[in-house]
Structure formats: C-alpha cells, structure tokens
Design a protein around this ligand. Structure first.
Ligand SMILES: [Zn+2]
Length: 402
C-alpha cells in the first residue's frame, strides 16, 4: 500500500503545530530544507489519532510527495485511512487556530483538558470564569450531544459549540434549542452565527472575541434579536390561537346548552300533552254507531258545559233511583247525578279523571265509591291510570276475557 500521508505535527508527537506537505515536488523539497535548517522533525500526531512515530518527507521524481513513517507505518490508523487523517488533523488545526486567537486576546487556554465526566477541546480561563469551546466537525447523535453538553455545562461557567460543515444537523438542533448556533469555516478562519430567519452571517475569526459575557461575533447581536423577535411572534401567534380555541369551545358549550334546553322544552311539551291525553276519556262508545270508538276532545268540562252537551240528562234517572247517592254532599249531588248519566248512557269506560268536574274535585271519591257500591262501574288500573268501566260494556268484556 502506498503511504499517502501529507499531514504531520512539528516538534513533538503530542503537540498541535500542524504541518501540511505541499503536493508539488519543489514545495516539498523547500520544506525539507527548511526543517533541516531548523533542526526540527515531523511526527505522526497522537492527538489526530496517529501512532506518534517519526515521519520524513519523500519527494522523488515519480510519485507525488508524501510523508513516510521512518520505522514503517505498521498498524498506524492514519496511514491506512487518509480521510481519517484529514479529519484528525483538521480538528487539531482548528484547535490550534482557536488557541492562537484566544492567546492573542491575552486569555489562558488548555487544549484537550480532562474534566469530570469527559474531556473538552479548549478550556479558557477569563479571570475567575471558565469557558469551554467545543469543536464539532463530525456528525453527532442527539443523545450524545445532550450528554456531552450537560457534562461541559457542569464543568464550566459557559459553553460554546463550534460546528463544522459535516456537523450541520447538530448545529440545527442547538439552533432550535437555543435560538442561535456558531458555525466554523476553518479553511478561511471564519466564524458564522446562524439563526433561523437570517441564515448564517460570516465574520473573520479576528473580528470575534471571547470575554466575560461569552462568545461574541459581529453577527451575534442581530441573530439574537431576530431569534427573540421570532419567539415573540410565536408567543403572540399562540395567544391568538389559544383565544380562538377558547372562543370555539365556549361557542360549542353554548350550542350544547341550547340543544339541551330545546330537548328539555320538547320533553316538557310531550309530558304536558301526555298529561292532557291521560285526563281525557281515551275512547267512548257512541250510541247508534254500532259501538264505534271515538276519541273525545275538550276535557275537563264544567258541569254547565257537560249539561249543555247532554240536555237529556236533566230529566233522566236510573232505574234504581238516586238513593245510592246518600253519602254525596248536597253541593255535589247535581254533578254526581250527571256522572251517573254519563256512565250509564254515554260512555262505557274511561279514566277516573274524566269525572274531575271543576268545583266537585273534593267529592270525587264519594261519587266514585257510590257508583261502585251500586254496581254501575268498577275500577281497574290500566297502564298506570285508574280507569272505570261499565260492567257488561265492550271494554269491560274485552278486559274480562283477556
Ligand atoms: Zn503514524
């Protein structure tokens, strides 16, 4: 396998002084001379995931220049996987760039600092405050991001994640969570602040700073303002939505109440009608029509109304005479006589309530008792209503047969 490594660190296998070999032979040879004159060597970076072995520049006539492990690549992970080497050194290069930027601001920086529960890329001290800068160049799952973020926030006063182009989805998650996310374009040493409505606005790293208030870029204030405006709008929209929902719920409740009231009114009308129907004789035998049953309307009637409808009643008397009414008080005697006429000559059966002629109500029991005692009617409860029947009438006969 051809060794195609072109990345290394100078001075020390554990350092962060990244060296990138020129792809053309002349440039590679110039670097070789320069390193020799400085008495410096190149190493396979442990921080980038390499073996820590020494590397030398190979710039022959035929193949493109590359870095060769002086004692053989062996099981070096970077020699076998150029993409992995690129990513490993890229991370180191970003750390180095950020460290220079921070030290230029007079801040004290520790790279790859071990903390309780993990390790941070850059731990920065700003007077008594600590700030973690975490460089995220590779994709990371939501669970892992949350776990690491919690560890960092426990260890430091403030945390800033810097996302490379391959960690876009993690950046989008933090943006959704906190409103803004910091993007990193390390080849051009630019820092971008992204906010949902404005997108990413880029600034050179030299225009950014880290101080007691945190990480700042020229685009940050606008991004935060846009985020807060979006939040306010969302809140206002939610209030409008909730007010509409409340209104709809109130209207639905009012409509339900109206329906219930209408149903109750309808129930009352039915009950009233049922009570009126129950107070009437349900049917009657009309003399001369062969026992045809007809409904009667217009109850209750006063005694005068009854008598005007049946003038024959006034001269009529039953074969047994009126002696059986002896127990009925005098002021109800006329009504009692008329009821006797009705049950003997007009109707064959009906509800007892049909005798409730206004003015004699309190004597109704006496009248019914007297009619029963003399054998003119008998009582029968039917469907919850007390009914009377003339013995031997069609209704009575049907009832006796059943
Ligand atoms: Zn190596």
């Amino acid at each position: 396998m051809v060794d195609e490594l072109r990345l290394a660190v100078r001075n020390d296998a554990d350092g962060d002084r990244v060296f990138r070999l020129s792809a053309d032979r002349a440039g590679a040879l110039r670097s070789k001379d320069e390193l020799r004159s400085q008495g410096t060597h190149l190493w396979c970076s442990r921080q980038a995931g390499g073996c820590g072995g020494r590397l030398q520049i190979n710039a022959g006539e035929v193949v493109r220049p590359y870095l060769k492990h002086t004692t053989g690549a062996g099981s070096c992970a970077l020699a076998a996987d150029i993409t992995r080497a690129e990513h490993g050194y890229e991370h180191l290069l970003v750390q180095h760039t950020l460290r220079s930027w921070l030290e230029d601001q007079g801040l004290s920086v520790v790279l790859e600092k071990t903390i309780h529960g993990g390790r941070v890329d850059l731990l920065v001290r700003i007077e008594e405050l600590t700030h973690v800068l975490e460089v995220q160049l590779t994709p990371i799952s939501n669970e892992r991001w949350q776990a690491r973020d919690a560890v960092y926030r426990h260890a430091a006063h403030d945390v800033t994640w810097l996302y490379g182009p391959r960690a876009e989805s993690a950046a989008a998650r933090e943006q959704a969570l906190r409103g803004v996310a910091v993007h990193l374009d390390h080849h051009q040493e630019r820092i971008g602040i992204a906010e949902a409505s404005t997108g990413t606005s880029w600034s050179p790293l030299s225009a950014c700073r880290l101080d007691r208030r945190g990480f700042w870029t020229p685009g940050l204030d606008a991004a935060i303002a846009a985020h807060e405006a979006a939040q306010r709008k969302e809140l206002a929209d939610r209030h409008v939505r909730e007010a509409k929902e409340l209104q709809a719920r109130l209207e639905a409740a009012a409509a339900r109440r109206r329906d219930e009231e209408q149903r109750a009114a309808e129930d009352r009308r039915i009950q009233e009608r049922a009570a009126t129907v129950a107070a009437r004789p349900v049917e009657t035998l009309v003399p001369g029509l062969g026992g045809l049953l007809l409904p009667l309307e217009g109850y209750p009637r006063s005694l005068a109304q009854w008598v005007s409808a049946h003038p024959d009643a006034s001269g009529w008397a039953p074969p047994q005479g009126w002696a059986f009414l002896y127990d009925v008080p005098d002021d109800a005697t006329n009504a009692a006589k008329f009821v006797t006429y009705l049950v003997t000559k007009i109707y064959g059966s009906g509800p007892v309530t049909m005798f409730a002629i206004p003015g004699i109500h309190e004597h109704l029991d006496h009248i019914v008792d007297a009619l029963q005692a003399v054998g003119l009617i008998h009582l029968r409860e039917h469907g919850g209503t007390m009914r009377w029947e003339r013995p031997g009438s069609a209704m009575s006969l049907r009832a006796d047969l059943s």
